[in-house]
Write a protein that binds this ligand. Sequence first.
Ligand SMILES: *Cc1c(COP(=O)(O)O)cnc(C)c1O
Ligand code: SF4
Length: 351
Amino acid sequence: MQACPPGEARTVSTPAADASEPSSPAPATWQAELAQAFRTVDALWQHLGLPDSGLSAARQAAQGFPLLVPRGFAALMRPGDPLDPLLRQVLPLGDELASPPGFTADPLHESGCDPAPGLLTKYRGRALLVATGACAVHCRYCFRRHFPYADLPRGAAWWNPALAALAADPECHELILSGGDPLTLPDAQLAALVADAARIPHLARLRVHTRLPVVLPSRTTPGLLAALTGTRLTCTVVIHANHARELSPEVATACATLRQAGILLLNQSVLLAGVNDAVETLADLSERLAAIGVLPYYLHQLDRVAGAAHFAVEDAQAVSIHRDLAAQLSGWLVPRLVREVPGDPGKTSLS
Ligand SMILES: *Cc1c(COP(=O)(O)O)cnc(C)c1O
Ligand code: SF4
């Protein structure tokens, strides 16, 4: 997924622990962990001991799109290093306030073309449902940071028009849950949504685009597995890691749990200057993904969203990195280098 609305709508409320879940030795629920996430520039700055330069610009950048970083993800960052590749993905910078030409609020021309609220049917055979506007982490490069939120679905009643539109489209065989992050929904809501989708006879597959197995691995609860695998739909989960260091032992365990439940795991990354724009970095990522049972799927060229220009990698450079990557990895470990071009029938290959 790479889709998010900024502002209040994205932050997740903290419902009480789901009483129907078996009491495991887990010390805290994922909701409690999320409630403790860093939500201010100052708190993260202090926690990581970052140098004072840049702080006031960061505060300003965070006003347009607030900081949100789970503590477990912050624990993987190197203290005192503003260039840490994990930190860079989530750290507001003065660079965001620049507005170079060509970087716009809606680079994919998505607003206003939905058949039902939250439903995007740009490509044949599959439909993408923005299941919620909330995320567990705010990625500074996210292309939906300016998305209009007021219209976002917030509960089962909101999904009904989308499901009705899907039911009326017999060519659609795959429902993609995106957002925001669909796994920020409580288990019961997710289970209800999947069960409703499974009643649409021509739907065969469910796909979930999520960063939660990476940034909040405790989300992988028995209740979640039941929600995802409890119907006739086959389930694929596309995680979103950009750097091998994100894939901690806890993330590996979460991925193993998902795979043991019969879920196919894929990864998508975004090519990001200063994060993963080097052959060795991407090779390490693919090797680490293979080690934890996740297939590299896509490497996205950045969507040209206002506020993210400092992450851009030139196409020629991207193609060259990708060619060198393919020259040193097994074929199945090479993600497809793609970009989203408004109006194209699918992701456009750059290689
Ligand atoms: C990326 C995307 C999809 C999925 O495309 P795949 O190539 O099947 O991964 C579907 N719908 C929308 C609107 C998308 O942006
Ligand atoms: S998790 Fe990050 S990339 Fe995904 S929708 Fe949220 S902010 Fe965007």
